[in-house]
Design a binder for this molecule. Structure first.
Ligand SMILES: [Ca+2]
Length: 342
């Protein structure tokens, strides 16, 4: 057990302390974003950040998973990817209908009359099927999964059978696929600063959050509520008539509908960490906690330090303004495809 713990800790340190790109000098990670796109607007900002990092060659975006449902969710995600020239990235949809929260922007930006999109909720593959196909196609330890909503879809992936497709074509359980292909799981969820807070993303599916914490076979880094809450971004977005990310910010009521206003960056901070780790050049944005194990009793966050534990969480380091500037620079960066079109 001692040796096992040492090996696990060593792998964990390699995977997270130098950032997700630690093993990827030759092969940037493939990042799968698992998002509750439709309620808060930071999900749109996170997809913009990942597209900008992909434009930079720092990651690939093999696919996106939508954990909340609704007729325009898939089209809205596809519209943002299309804006960046990645309209072919497949989008999987949760099989669990979840439309509990207001949909501020997806019906507009997900309508192809407003912004080009080719994928729809009606034709999207099931999230478990797409997750399994993407992992099956990926190189070993090449994938980083970033969950910025509830954990229903990764829970379903984790529990999927070897014969999930019914044709034996993949032939590995979800757990085996994750252990082989996933380098790191980054989760926006929990609150590591306030023990009395039932954080939204954990509360969305408490059972999934706890099962993933207990059973997920790779290191997990949690970016808690306290990391993104005070980091305000989006107010510098422009050209909402052309850019669906800017349009989503205009439609989100942070500053009143019709006004582009800054909003909290819970999801962008997690997405940034998944690709670049804690650094922005010479600036250290966050520190990593010591290793431990996370529990979510009644959706409250508990972190028990353990040298052999598979979990860490981010701790603020740079000022909120410094982090916001790094995130907003990526959100407002013109798509590489559009620069090339000029
Ligand atoms: Ca979210």
């Amino acid at each position: 057990m001692r040796q096992h713990g040492t090996i696990l800790t060593g792998f964990f340190l390699m995977a997270v302390s130098m950032g997700a790109c630690a093993e990827s000098e030759d092969t940037p990670p493939g990042v799968i974003l698992d998002t509750d796109f439709r309620s808060d607007v930071d999900d749109v900002g996170a997809l913009a950040v990942l597209n900008a990092l992909a434009d930079n060659g720092e990651c690939a975006l093999p696919g996106v998973i939508a954990s909340q449902t609704g007729p325009y969710v898939v089209g809205a995600i596809n519209a943002v990817n299309t804006w960046y020239g990645r309209g072919d990235a497949p989008i999987g949809l949760s099989p669990v209908d979840d439309q509990r929260f207001p949909d501020h922007y997806a019906p507009f930006i997900g309508n192809p009359d407003h912004f080009p999109s080719t994928q729809t909720t009606a034709t999207a593959p099931d999230s478990t099927t797409l997750y399994r196909r993407l992992l099956h196609q990926a190189a070993d330890k090449s994938v980083v999964i970033v969950v910025i909503g509830g954990q229903t879809c990764i829970h379903l992936l984790l529990n999927s059978d070897a014969d999930h497709e019914g044709d034996g074509s993949i032939g590995r359980s979800g757990r085996d696929l994750i252990a082989a292909k996933v380098r790191l799981l980054v989760i926006m969820g929990g609150n590591f600063a306030d023990p009395d807070h039932r954080e939204h993303n954990i509360n969305l599916d408490q059972k999934a959050a706890q099962t993933v914490a207990d059973e997920w076979p790779t290191p997990i880094v949690y970016s808690g509520y306290e990391i993104g809450r005070p980091v305000l971004t989006g107010g510098a977005m422009t050209a909402p008539e052309k850019n669906p990310v800017a349009k989503a910010y205009e439609l989100y009521p942070a500053g009143g509908v019709g006004t582009i206003a800054s909003s909290s960056s819970y999801d962008q901070t997690a997405a940034y960490y998944a690709v670049r780790g804690v650094q922005a050049g010479e600036l250290t944005l966050w520190e990593l906690s010591p290793p431990g194990r996370v529990r979510f009793p009644d959706a409250l966050t508990r972190f028990d330090p353990d040298p052999a534990g598979p979990h860490r969480h981010l701790i603020p380091k740079a000022s909120n303004e410094e982090v916001a500037a790094v995130i907003e620079a990526l959100m407002t960066r013109p798509p590489k495809k559009r620069l090339a079109d000029r």
